[in-house]
Design a protein around this ligand. Sequence first.
Ligand code: PMP
Ligand code: GLN
Length: 393
Amino acid sequence: MLATMQIKSKLPAVGATIFTTMSKMALEYQAINLGQGFPDFNTDPALLNLVSDAMTNGFNQYPAMAGVPSLRQVISQKIATLYQHRYDPETEITITSGATQAIMASILACVGTGNDVIVLEPCYDCYIPAITLAGGRAISVPMRAPTQTHPVYSVDWDLVKAAITSKTKLLIVNFPHNPTGAVITAADLDELEALTQKHNLFLLSDEVYEHIIFDGVTHLSLATRPALVARTFLISSFGKTTHTTGWKIGYCCAPPAMTAELRKVHQFMVFTVPSPFQHALAAYTSDPSTYLTLPNFYQAKRDYLSHGLKQTRFNVLPSPGTFFLLADYSQISDQSEAEFAIWLTQTHGVTVIPVSAFYQSSDALESNHQLVRFCFAKQVATLDLAIERLAKV
Ligand code: PMP
Ligand code: GLN
């Protein structure tokens, strides 16, 4: 028999993502899955009808490479209203296959061999592989871990500044932040402005949770600062905003010259993304109440789970944004986060995500703070079942 060909891996360290691994384990052990971030309820029937209308009305062939014009216009209007910057739908907005593809295309467009990219740890899983595929090097800068007096992760800007060299090309930020729920402050934007101007850096701002922010706080998009807009790939996704993570419709906004390079990559990665979903989302999103109601909707779920976890030995940390919350399990176990997450699934039938999975050195002591991430984008019945099981831990 002929030996099969072997590929020299470009991503030797990459396996299945933590989300896939834990979801598979949840199925195997029939556990309540509060791990992978996706709603377990359906989207608005009105949105589903708009998709089937689009199909019936013949929107079934290739849309424009950059995306359906009406959707780009709606995004432009939404950002202008919320963040006071008007992106030109023609030259500055590109509809992508989820935020994931926008992130990959932006990084491939602007990073190359010899370039360093700073990511803040814990960091979402698709950034570092994209940097590696582009030929760049990811430089991880740890965020400040929560303490008694400041119980939410925060950016240590001195560490960020210390990590910048002449090779640094791009800085990636993600607020509201997965997995910690941290939100960005005006002081953070000031720091970003100062250091990106000083070192002439590009920025990639992953704002997929922009509409999931709590306690009356308004999201501070990088689009609110003209000095940042000029150097930023601003990325978001309809997956989180319309409870449709499986549709994979996202977008990237950037100044014309940056968008032109992004589109060169985009057009040969996917060319364009499914037409009926884009038409439906354009019509749906033209009503601002579809996203302005999300903070209250998710805050009720956050509070429900936080309250439920008070009956357990988990210690809940505040979650100012996203549909995740972190909880400390140090009163339950000394295990590493990964061991604890597996044990919890197998022994108590509730699946969570170890925060250490969002660090490059997941096993290192400094990546383990005895914290796990719970997703509360779930029906009350699901949360109840999980709380009942967790109370027995
Ligand atoms: N960035 C972050 C921070 C995310 O949490 C996710 C998905 N949950 C994505 C990007 C990817 O979004 P999409 O599913 O639209 O590709
Ligand atoms: N972003 C989702 C999360 O953080 C997972 C997406 C995925 O499975 N790739 O849970």
